[in-house]
Design a protein around this ligand. Structure first.
Ligand SMILES: Nc1nc2c(ncn2[C@@H]2O[C@H](COP(=O)(O)OP(=O)(O)OP(=O)(O)O)[C@@H](O)[C@H]2O)c(=O)[nH]1
Ligand SMILES: [Mg+2]
Length: 471
């Protein structure tokens, strides 16, 4: 093998069809192995929301799929509420259950909160390990939806929860420094929810390399009532709210309660309702370059949507059989004639987990981010326009204040000068009046003097006349 020096690339053969093959081994064919060992060291984050009306088997499904450590059962949750009465919190932090009434009050408290638009969300995180691969699984379960009298705003809390996680990632990206996580459990944003950390850590080892925790909800499994006649208005309301934020996978629960014919009809109605209401669900991507066998298996999986599922009956106590036992027989979760559970597991975990994640992260989140930045830019442009309008690069508010102050001062000074003019005019007029008064006074005095002179002359005349008469 030739020695590879910096800046030197081995003689290359010009490509036959766009590819360049090197004559010597550089070593980048080892990159997949490096990526593999890095992934093994850091593990994977996967956050999943299970949503749907109360009692449809959401908890049972997660426990069947990921094992009993992935989420507490209803009984474990009640027990936890009895030991930790304040565990069920409303978004505003008020305690919604008390020790004395924990059992049974969970549903009532959840229904009350859901009616106020604060649907409680049970958040449970655990690290699972399989053949050395770590999966940091976070399950968010909507709890108590649809059992209240008024469910109109029931889903708002769940939509807000998904958005707030996206917003956290978005604001983290805009921060100058971000905190890397050491250890298994990522930090959590406080949900309007019950927050339980797993007490059954499956994995203990040295801290693995630091990584940036991904808080986004990657998939939303939406459970549909098997006894419905398609999507209900509330189903449509929720799905329309989240389908642009997360990869949505619709699921028909309790497949064992439907005949094959009923299931076919329900699936068709749900597909029609999804299309009619413009709701997009996750589909496994295929490209024209893909192998035809692969394409046909993907078509089978995509065609099975919405998946019907059947959950293991934990209460049966039979660990050798996964499924449900009835007086007339057994329904196995693995049997494809009973449900699409095997197909869903195939897609959700075994083959398309990364596709689901990348659809949420690279397509939906990018769209959300672009929309947010467009809004911010529009706001900035409006401020810039205002600045241009004011002919200054300074803060428009300060500029506006300054211009108002200047105008006010101008008006005050113009009024002031008017007052000065008027005062001067008044002074002049007063002087004129005083002058006129003085003239009047002097005229009065001269008139009085003339009067006196006339009366003196009159008396002189009278005395002359009297003298003449006496003679
Ligand atoms: N027949 C049948 N029953 C099921 C199935 N899955 C779950 N159940 C039963 O449905 C009931 C409710 O199951 P959960 O898993 O607690 O339902 P959930 O959706 O988590 O309920 P909430 O958390 O209260 O919203 C339990 O009695 C389960 O045994 C299923 O596939 N078929
Ligand atoms: Mg549950």
């Amino acid at each position: 093998m030739r020695e590879l020096r910096p800046g030197w690339l081995a003689v290359v053969n010009r490509p036959a069809a766009g590819k360049i093959s090197l004559n010597s081994i550089v070593g980048f064919s080892n990159i997949p192995n490096q990526a593999h060992s890095h992934s093994m060291a850091t593990g994977f984050d996967f956050t999943i929301m299970v949503a749907g009306a109360a009692g449809l088997g959401k908890t049972s499904f997660i426990r069947t799929m990921f094992g009993p450590t992935a989420i507490p059962s209803a009984a474990e949750l009640e027990a936890a509420l009895i030991s930790r009465p304040g565990a069920l919190l409303s978004p505003r932090g008020s305690i919604r259950s008390s020790k004395s009434s924990a059992s049974g009050s969970r549903a009532a408290a959840a229904a009350a909160a859901a009616a106020e638009g604060n649907l409680p969300i049970l958040t449970h995180s655990t690290t699972l390990e399989e053949n050395g691969t770590r999966l940091r699984l976070t399950v968010l379960e909507t709890s108590g939806f649809g059992i209240g009298v008024n469910n109109v705003h029931g889903w708002d809390g769940a939509v807000r929860c998904i958005k707030s996680r996206l917003d956290t990632v978005l604001s983290n990206e805009r921060c100058q420094t971000r905190t890397l996580v050491l250890g298994d459990n990522p930090p959590f944003v406080q949900e309007p929810a019950v927050l339980f950390e797993s007490e059954h850590e499956c994995f203990t080892s040295q801290p693995h390399p630091a990584h940036l925790a991904d808080l986004r909800v990657h998939a939303c499994l939406y459970f549909i009532n098997p006894s419905s006649r398609g999507l209900s208005p509330l189903d449509i309301y929720f799905l329309q709210g989240v389908h642009n934020l997360v990869s949505v996978i619709p699921i028909i629960s309790k497949a064992d309660t439907l005949t094959a014919k009923e299931l076919g009809v329900l699936k068709r109605r749900i597909r029609d309702d999804l299309i009619a209401n413009g709701i997009s669900t996750f589909e496994i991507p295929v490209s024209p370059a893909d192998d035809p066998d692969f394409v046909s298996s993907v078509e089978t999986l995509n065609g099975a949507m919405p998946f019907s599922v059947l959950c293991d009956d934990a209460a049966s106590g039979d660990s050798s059989f996964q499924g449900r036992t009835f007086p007339w027989g057994q329904a196995s979760i693995e049997d494809e004639s009973h449900s699409d559970y095997a197909k869903l597991r195939h897609m959700l975990i075994r083959f398309n987990l990364e596709d689901i994640r990348s659809h949420t992260v690279d397509v939906l989140y990018e769209r959300y981010r672009t929309g947010f930045l467009n809004t911010v830019n529009r706001g900035r442009n409006a401020i810039d326009n205002l600045r241009d309008l004011m002919g200054s690069t300074s803060d428009p508010i300060i500029k506006l204040k300054e211009s108002l102050n200047a105008r006010l001062q101008e008006e005050v000074s113009s009024q002031h000068s008017e007052i000065v003019i008027l005062t001067n005019r008044l002074k002049e007029l007063t002087e004129v009046v005083e002058e006129n008064n003085r003239k009047i006074e002097s005229l009065k005095a001269s008139i009085a003097q003339t009067h006196n002179q006339i009366s003196e002359r009159e008396s002189d005349k009278q005395s002359g006349r009297n003298r003449l008469l006496r003679r």
